[in-house]
Design a binder for this molecule. Sequence first.
Ligand code: ATP
Length: 230
Amino acid sequence: MIAARDVTKRYGARDALRSVSFSAPAGERLAVIGPNGAGKTTLLSILAGIVEPTSGSVEGAGIGWVPQQPAVYGKLSVRENLLLFARLEKVGDARGAVDRALEQTGLAERAGDELSTLSGGNRQRVNIAIGLLADPPVLLLDEPSSALDPRHRQRVWTFLDRLASEGTTIVFATHDLAEAARHADRVLVLADGELLFGGTPGELETAVGESGDPVDFEAAFVAYLKERGH
Ligand code: ATP
């Protein structure tokens, strides 16, 4: 599981996060949604241990991180990139971990290909494979499907849904509300660094429905944010 308690992040005079608290048990899929600049990436970076919070704390051991743009090497093969990250992360059996991550993400056949020759969808699978190397009980993903066509998106989600059903906690940021509704057990709504809502997609839909006559979920969500001053 993973938990954040009163996490605050200040950049100069700007509050990127204001006292955000939540927890997610094993096997839960949690979506973090909200407008640009809401603090989603900041929250995930703090949970991943890459950014220090100004105050507050994070609990959770063994967290895998899939950033939007990982530092992969175009001239190395898929396998070489994974091996490099496995060694950087001091994963015990690096070769075994790489083989497992390649298998899990369906990349075994592409293992020898130079990274720069891969499609956006396959690159994203490499990003996820890197996050899986240490076999983490919690996987954090920043907009995991933004570069993917519908088919690749579906494959990535089939895989992430299965990981969750096997007990991995999945926390992901997305701008795609339909994706959040489909693949999250629970949704956190952030706006201007503030946690406005935490609940199931159904509960969010009800809360959104209260702000007028929802034409579609996305339009209603925008109206919901506006009503709350965002
Ligand atoms: P987006 O949807 O656009 O990716 P986000 O919800 O991920 O946005 P963050 O990237 O977390 O939002 O940014 C939250 C706020 O913190 C923004 O106002 C941003 O300008 C500010 N911020 C983030 N990183 C830094 C930094 N390193 N230095 C200064 N301000 C920052």
